[in-house]
Design a protein. Structure first.
Length: 155
């Protein structure tokens, strides 16, 4: 049956669950993407329709199966999305995203047509997770858990 397995890359990740638990370990990203050449990007993977995924906690030999609906956020190294569109012409906004008592800060790229390039438009996209970029990390915050969003002041 091993010939039926999808080849994957192990990627270090931090998971923050809706119940407050925090886990560090690895997620498994397919080595090929269906929409472009090369490996699937972490942003594509987290926004896939599959509701469950395997997560291998550090110092464990047995994976857990996690429910995406019970995630508050998942963080990965920015290198996990090496081909993520990062056009300097695309406008970006620094945001403060609150999920109950948790707060995340980072930038979102507004890579949409100019007549739909508002923060509100990004939040209303059908994807389940908002990508916040912070230096060398990408945080995928579950949109249904977001309670407030505001633009961060520059400087």
């Amino acid at each position: 049956m091993s010939e039926l397995r999808v080849p994957t890359l192990a990627l270090s990740a931090e998971v923050l669950c809706a119940d407050g638990r925090s886990l560090t370990g690895r997620i498994f990203i397919p080595v090929t993407a269906s929409r472009h050449t090369g490996p699937m990007r972490a942003e594509e993977w987290i926004n896939e329709a599959a509701p469950f995924f395997p997560f291998l906690p550090d110092a464990s030999e047995s994976p857990l199966v996690l429910n995406k609906d019970e995630l508050l956020a998942l963080s990965v190294p920015a290198s996990a999305d090496p081909t993520l569109p990062d056009d300097p012409e695309s406008p970006a906004r620094k945001l403060i995203v609150e999920c109950g008592g948790r707060r995340f800060e980072g930038s979102v790229v507004l890579d949409m047509p100019s007549d739909h390039a508002r923060v509100l438009d990004i939040l209303n996209r059908p994807e389940g997770f908002l990508t916040l970029r912070v230096a060398d990390r990408h945080h995928f915050v579950q949109k249904r858990r977001i309670t407030r969003v505001s633009e961060a002041r520059e400087g």
